[in-house]
Write a protein that binds this ligand. Structure first.
Ligand SMILES: O=P(O)(O)OC[C@H]1O[C@H](O)[C@H](O)[C@@H](O)[C@@H]1O
Length: 538
């Protein structure tokens, strides 16, 4: 592999000054050559600096990393999460085929299907009033209490599927900051509210604290006897849920082979099922399953997640770009950047390989973003003219949901394409001077202004395009990014499925609580921590 990395570095050095404009001018078929499709899902990677030679080397990298064998091991239920000795099988949750999926010799599919049936029955019951509040009336509002993977996926999907939302109103509480739950319940009637406590481990302090506060709120308003009718829970730790006192028929399990940030397809998706109904949720699963099948079977050079992963590695490791921006031109994907931050950065923010030795090159980039066109009026200045190159990943639908507002969609599309075109082409000093002259600007003014109005261009982007953001399309998009993370991790040889980096902060917060509660002094802590604790508790 080192040889391939060196060859890629050499290609980069040799082609660094060749502008993307020149690549497009030299090859009228560049878009055809460097775009790929899965049915109507389109990935355009022609506005990156790849050439046929570079793409071939990237594919060599994937082959040398044994990507196909690693992929097959994941789908087959091998314990590829080595530090936790667990299989990684979020793909089983959306396996709509008849294929069995075995973990330690047992087919998990019957249990997956049975749990999904129970979830759908519960969700539909809440939607049609068969599952009712303590007073027999309907639930009008559902509060999901969870954080990280037990929050971001459902939040993202609920917003994304807003046009399909015909169930009770959904609210999400994640932050341990009391403001989050206080602001949420202030608007709610406890008698009409169902609370879902979602936590894979059922130990996360934020979630447990918010759940206890919600319980107190319900018990205070409705009486202790009513509380059971207003709670449901989702967890892999069924013993801990039982200890919290939630009725067994309202508890939905999942399995340790589902990572938190990969869990929206499991019982963690319950609030989404309640919002949009079983049929739409099944379409969401089907979209992901379609990408799973594509990832499993398509040749590497036509395989969308593989291509996205390889372009990601090209940008991160060969070009040295430290971040990537997620720019959905789709208001319903408002929380996609936050969702992908966890998916990507918690998975691939790693500094040692699977064998514990330090990685040889940079791993996961900083992932950030905002929907367009809002981002254009905020941070795109830096993307166009700043000193760092930010690879951009645009998402855009051909159609919006607002049939009578088609002109909005046309403007959205024009803006999205204009941004990637501007990033690619830029505007030379000569072009800028000519444009200013054509506007009648005085020569001295032209010389003063032109450098500021020149754009270097040659800035790379990917565009993911789809017909319309329906549940199937959303499932496909999310699975595409999941497998892209897998591909990058497989080539870096890191474990994308643990998250030990989150632990230290949790341990230290626990250790600081006695100081913050005034039960211990700050001795033993550094002077900054002790000084801040003293200020904040005085
Ligand atoms: O679902 P839970 O067990 O409550 O975990 C919630 C979140 O907390 C942890 O700190 C992890 O970093 C996340 O991966 C996880 O999704």
């Amino acid at each position: 592999m080192d040889r391939i990395w060196s060859e890629l570095a050499a290609r980069r050095t040799a082609t660094k000054d060749r502008h993307l404009r020149a690549l497009f001018a030299a090859d009228p078929r560049r878009f055809d050559r460097f775009s790929a499709r899965l049915d109507d899902l389109l990935l355009d990677y022609s506005k990156t600096a790849v050439t046929p030679e570079i793409f071939a080397l990237l594919l060599d990298l994937a082959a040398a990393a044994g990507i196909e064998a690693k992929r097959d091991a994941m789908f087959a239920g091998a314990a590829i999460n080595t530090t936790e000795n667990r299989a990684v099988l979020h793909t089983a949750l959306r396996n709509l085929s008849d294929r069995p999926v075995t973990v330690d010799g047992t087919d998990v599919m019957p249990e997956v299907r049975a749990t999904l049936d129970r979830l759908f029955a519960f969700a539909e019951g809440v939607r049609d009033g068969r599952i009712a509040a303590a007073d027999g009336g309907r639930f009008t509002d559902v509060v999901n209490i969870g954080i990280g993977g037990s929050d971001l996926g459902p939040v993202m999907a609920t917003l994304a599927l807003a046009p399909y939302h015909d169930g009770p109103r959904l609210h999400y509480v994640s932050n341990v900051d009391g403001a989050h739950i206080a602001d949420t319940i202030a608007r709610l009637d406890p008698a009409r509210t169902l609370v879902i406590v979602a936590s894979k481990t059922f130990t996360t302090i934020e979630t447990m604290t918010n759940a206890a506060t919600a319980r107190k709120w319900l018990a205070g308003a409705l009486g202790e006897a009513a509380v059971g009718a207003h709670f449901a829970a989702v967890s892999t730790a069924l013993d801990k849920v039982a200890a919290f006192g939630i009725k067994p028929e309202r508890v939905f399990g999942f399995w340790d082979w589902v990572g938190g940030r990969y869990s929206v397809w499991s019982a963690i998706g319950l609030p989404v099922m309640i919002a949009v109904g079983a049929e739409n949720f099944r379409a969401f699963l089907a979209g992901a399953h379609a990408v799973d099948e594509h990832f499993r079977t398509a040749p590497l050079g036509e395989n969308l997640p593989v291509i996205m992963g390889l372009i990601g590695l090209w940008h991160r490791d060969v070009c040295g770009y430290p971040t990537r921006a997620i720019l959905p031109y789709d208001q319903h994907l408002l929380r996609l950047p936050a969702y992908l931050q966890q998916l990507d950065m918690e998975s691939n923010g790693k500094r040692v390989r699977k064998d514990g030795t330090p990685v040889a090159r940079p791993t996961g980039p900083v992932v950030w973003g905002e929907p367009g066109t809002n981002g254009q009026h905020a941070f795109y200045q830096l993307i166009h003219q700043g000193t760092d190159v930010v690879p951009c990943e645009f998402l855009i639908a051909a159609e919006g949901h607002e049939a009578d507002l088609a002109h909005h969609q046309r403007l959205l599309i024009a803006n999205c394409l204009a941004q990637s075109e501007a990033l690619m082409k830029g505007r030379t000093l000569e072009e800028t001077r000519a444009q200013l002259a054509a506007k009648g600007v005085a020569p001295a003014q032209i010389e003063a202004r032109a450098p500021h109005m020149t754009f270097p261009g040659n800035r790379p982007s990917l565009t993911i395009a789809y017909r319309k953001l329906d549940p199937f399309a959303l499932g496909r998009i999310i699975a595409l990014f999941e497998h892209r993370v897998f591909v990058e991790a497989a080539i870096w040889d890191i474990n994308a499925f643990d998250q030990w980096g989150v632990e230290l902060g949790k341990e230290l917060a626990t250790a600081l609580m006695p100081v913050i509660e005034g039960k211990a002094d700050g001795a033993g802590h550094d002077s900054s921590t002790a000084g801040l604790a003293a200020y904040l508790t005085s």
